[in-house]
Design a protein around this ligand. Structure first.
Ligand code: ZN
Length: 432
């Protein structure tokens, strides 16, 4: 509306402004080769039109198919060597359930035989977060600082996240972004933006499957190709850093999966409170229900529930609803909680990546307004080759985050299977 009124303006000044505005819009809209250019696109539909990022070409054939359970790529001797090197750290725990149903969380045939003592510390079974296998650190489920909200978003990078990320910049608010490797492959410039904006990046696996249902080598590959301690893999290659933290899709983790994550330098992060924002539009869940979930968290903070230990809320960068909901409630959360910080900041994990060139502020620094210590994007993908990585789909998996029993996980899994099927076509198109 504003533009059309300018078009009808007769004043030279307005015409000049219009000319500049149109030029700027068209120039930025066409710059889809850099993080900065991509970040300036404001039309969500434009943002989600696939693009070709030249450095991705060198990655052709070096990654598993996107949105399919990862396996070690043939002839990837680095991956094979790394996998062999961690064998002694993997406990003899069998994959849970039977694929392919178990990939979507259908453990119905398995749970009746699983011991009620929960020997594997299987979160999906009993929400266990303190491993029973010696040598594994407990999952991070809450933040140590009182009255503090550990702020993070799963399932990104979402292609249309610019408005949300712009909002976070405006608020000088950093968050922890749990990125899916397949989304990073499809939206590399969006992934780079998280680092440029000073957010903390953690791994959310390659294909967003129920991790306990995967075989050892699949679990390894789901991590390895989403990050790597040694070689160029998705987040490392595209964003330039190697994460040290991860969150299991749907919370589905046991000591076998934890052990493989731990061997690769990844700490497991769960959550204390589930916004269930991803459920909006499923079954009879409405936006008002999600509003109520946010409001309940606010009420609990007001009631002193988090007076001795802060809370981690599960929220998503899954779609425009989940992101708009985060913006809708940000000011209220900010007014209610004493502090809102990324997980790494809350845990005083000032070196969030393997690379030492990037630092997060300590908790004390952050709350005294030093929200960035060092950072800024320095993508290392420049030496790569040139295949189009773009797709015309957002590639967002259905983020299921049920904090419940296997029975509920099975229900959530149906959505995941559908999402997985949706992206098979994309994967074939990309990797053919
Ligand atoms: Zn997820």
């Amino acid at each position: 509306m504003r533009l059309s009124s300018l078009f009808t303006s007769k004043t030279p000044v307005s015409s000049a402004i219009l000319a500049i505005a149109v030029f700027t819009l068209s120039a930025t809209a066409q710059d889809r080769t850099t993080e900065q250019g991509e970040a300036q696109i404001t039309d969500p539909n434009q943002e989600c039109i696939g693009y070709s990022y030249a450095p991705m070409a060198a990655l052709a054939g070096k990654f598993p198919a996107v949105w399919q359970p990862a396996t070690i790529v043939s002839n990837d001797t680095d991956a094979q060597a790394k996998y062999q090197s961690i064998q002694s750290q993997i406990p003899n725990i069998q994959p849970k359930g039977t694929q392919p149903a178990s990939l979507g969380g259908d453990f119905s045939g398995f749970t009746p035989t699983y011991p009620s003592s929960d020997p594997d510390c299987w979160w999906t079974y009993d929400q266990c977060t303190t491993p029973k296998l010696a040598g594994l650190p407990p999952d991070l489920t809450a933040v140590p600082e009182p009255d503090t909200l550990g702020y993070g978003f799963d399932d990104g990078p979402n292609c249309s996240h610019n408005a949300f990320y712009d909002y976070l910049v405006e608020k000088n608010q950093k968050a922890t972004m749990f990125y899916i490797g397949s989304n990073v492959m499809n939206w590399p410039l969006e992934a780079q933006r998280a680092l440029a904006d000073g957010h903390e990046i953690c791994v959310h696996t390659w294909s967003h499957r129920y991790m306990t249902s995967l075989t050892n080598d699949e679990v390894f590959a789901e991590f390895y190709y989403s990050m790597s301690t040694h070689v160029m893999k998705a987040i490392k290659m595209i964003v330039g850093v190697t994460p040290t933290c991860w969150r299991p899709p749907n919370g589905d983790v046991d000591d076998r999966v934890r052990a493989i994550a731990h061997a690769l330098g990844l700490r497991t992060i769960i959550w204390t409170y589930d916004s269930n924002d991803w459920r909006e539009g499923t079954a009879d869940i409405t936006a008002a229900d999600i509003d109520a979930n946010y409001e309940t968290l606010i009420t609990r903070q007001q009631n002193g529930t988090f007076a001795t230990e802060g809370v981690i809320m599960l929220t998503h960068e899954l779609n425009n609803f989940t992101m708009s909901e985060a913006m809708k409630f940000y000011d209220q959360l900010k007014a209610t909680f004493k502090y809102i910080v990324p997980m790494g900041v809350a845990a005083n994990q000032t070196q969030p990546y393997v690379e030492t060139g990037y630092s997060l502020p300590s908790f004390d620094q952050y709350i005294n307004n030093t929200t960035t210590v060092s950072g800024g994007a320095s993508p290392t993908a420049g030496s790569a080759g040139a295949t189009g990585s773009g797709t015309t789909s957002s590639g967002s998996a259905t983020g299921s985050s049920s904090k419940g029993a296997a029975q509920k996980a099975s229900f959530d899994g149906l959505g995941m299977l559908a999402a997985g099927a949706t992206f098979v076509g994309v994967a074939l198109k990309l990797l053919a």
